[in-house]
Design a protein around this ligand. Structure first.
Ligand code: SF4
Length: 396
């Protein structure tokens, strides 16, 4: 099959019907032999593959799709398994406390996903599973329309489409990072996909096999994660090689074309692990807003220009907790990169001198025995602080 001639006008198809047929057939044949077929939420409860049009339980699919938003499948799989043991169905999640939900998300990052999943479960449980509603009411039960999924918190178009195509085998195109990369290479798009999303949604819809949407979308994701990988695509193993414009151009890894990005801002954060005479440590629960809202942490804050790290810790703990501390030895320094900034945490042990801790910039504060810290959900960087604290406290 010849590669497409390049970007076409806004609505003209990029491939002929014959080319589309060949793409579908080639991808699905490749997938039967090379795809990931043991993904538990894509199978019936007896472990066998569902037939065309057969519905699966949407709850595990929904949880998985949200976890996959920023996490690769091999990493999220054990989290998904533990989650399904703790919250096996929609009702269990809707009835859970936020603390339990965050604790089971701990380590996956981007905690807003967990909070929104929880909110969505409560919303669905209260509305779509109302026992008083008539079974004939199509708002009752799991939503089957894209718009109804998009109305839930934290659900974008690709996640909604992923749930519908996986759970109900509906012909909804997806456009996650893997799919964007494959399609950008297939047509050798000269601009970043983020700049021409409408074109990429059209492309994903055009190639989707309406007879086997669940399998096709999975095959496309498997191609992206296993063959058309970001740095070194294995074009020799690819079923779309004959049609791929980036392959024909001789430099597939150049696609997708990227925006030139500015360097991430860098900040130093002073953290105090404050201990009282009983050996307990002071932690606070962040406000609900923001990336890490609702999680627990050791108190601290940003270092100001010309300020020593000890002065930062003393100032921050006075401003945020109304306490005075003595800054003792350094416990650990660690760097952590988020998508929008890089942080360096400089952590010191501190002795509590005076002042009853007040939650002036948090939901609540608590003195906790170091052995009990596992009961609280912490961001990843704080988990390393806990490990350093335990090592420090361990008898030599
Ligand atoms: S031929 Fe290479 S670049 Fe093109 S879709 Fe396949 S793996 Fe990706």
């Amino acid at each position: 099959m010849a590669a497409p001639a390049g970007p076409s006008s806004r609505s003209a198809p990029e491939f002929s019907p014959e080319q589309i047929q060949a793409l579908r057939l080639g991808l699905l044949q490749w997938w039967e032999c090379n795809g990931r077929h043991a993904i538990p939420w894509k199978l019936r409860s007896d472990g066998t593959r569902p037939g065309p049009g057969e519905a699966l339980d949407p709850y595990p699919v929904w949880v998985a799709e949200v976890m996959l938003q920023q996490t690769q499948l091999p990493v999220m799989l054990p989290y998904w398994q533990r989650w399904m043991e703790a919250f096996p169905d929609l009702q269990a999640l809707a009835m859970a406390t936020e603390q339990a939900v965050l604790l089971h998300w701990q380590g996956l990052g981007y905690y807003a996903r967990a909070r929104r999943l929880h909110q969505g479960a409560r919303q669905l449980w209260a509305s779509a599973f109302d026992p008083a509603a008539s079974p004939a009411d199509d708002r009752n039960g799991w939503p089957r329309r894209l718009d109804d999924w998009l109305a839930l918190p934290g659900i974008g178009r690709s996640t909604a489409a992923g749930v519908l195509s996986t759970a109900f085998d509906q012909p909804e195109p997806i456009l996650d990072g893997n799919v964007r990369r494959v399609l950008a290479r297939l047509v050798a798009a000269p601009r970043p996909p983020e700049r021409q999303l409408a074109r990429f949604w059209r492309l994903s819809a055009a190639v989707l096999d309406p007879q086997r949407p669940r399998d096709f979308n999975q095959a496309l994701m498997d191609l992206g994660s296993g063959v058309c990988t970001p740095r070194q695509p294995r074009c020799g193993d690819c079923p779309w090689r004959q049609a791929c414009a980036a392959y024909a151009a001789g430099d597939p890894a150049r696609y997708p074309v990227k925006e030139r990005s500015a360097p991430l801002p860098f900040q130093v954060i002073g953290i105090g692990v404050v201990r009282d005479r009983a050996g307990r440590v002071l932690i606070d629960q962040r406000l609900h807003e923001g990336l890490l809202g609702g999680l627990w942490e050791f108190p601290g804050g940003k270092q100001e220009p010309e300020e020593s790290i000890a002065d930062t810790i003393v100032r921050e703990l006075r401003e945020e907790l109304a306490i005075t501390v003595q800054v003792d030895e350094e416990l650990i320094t660690l760097d952590h990169a988020y998508s929008h900034k890089r942080l360096r945490f400089v952590v010191h042990l501190c002795t509590w001198l005076e002042g009853e801790p007040q939650p002036l910039a948090s939901q609540q504060v608590r003195w906790v025995d170091p052995a009990d810290l596992d009961a609280y959900p912490f961001p990843a960087a704080n988990a390393r602080i806990i490990a350093a604290l335990r090592q420090h406290l361990a008898p030599v």
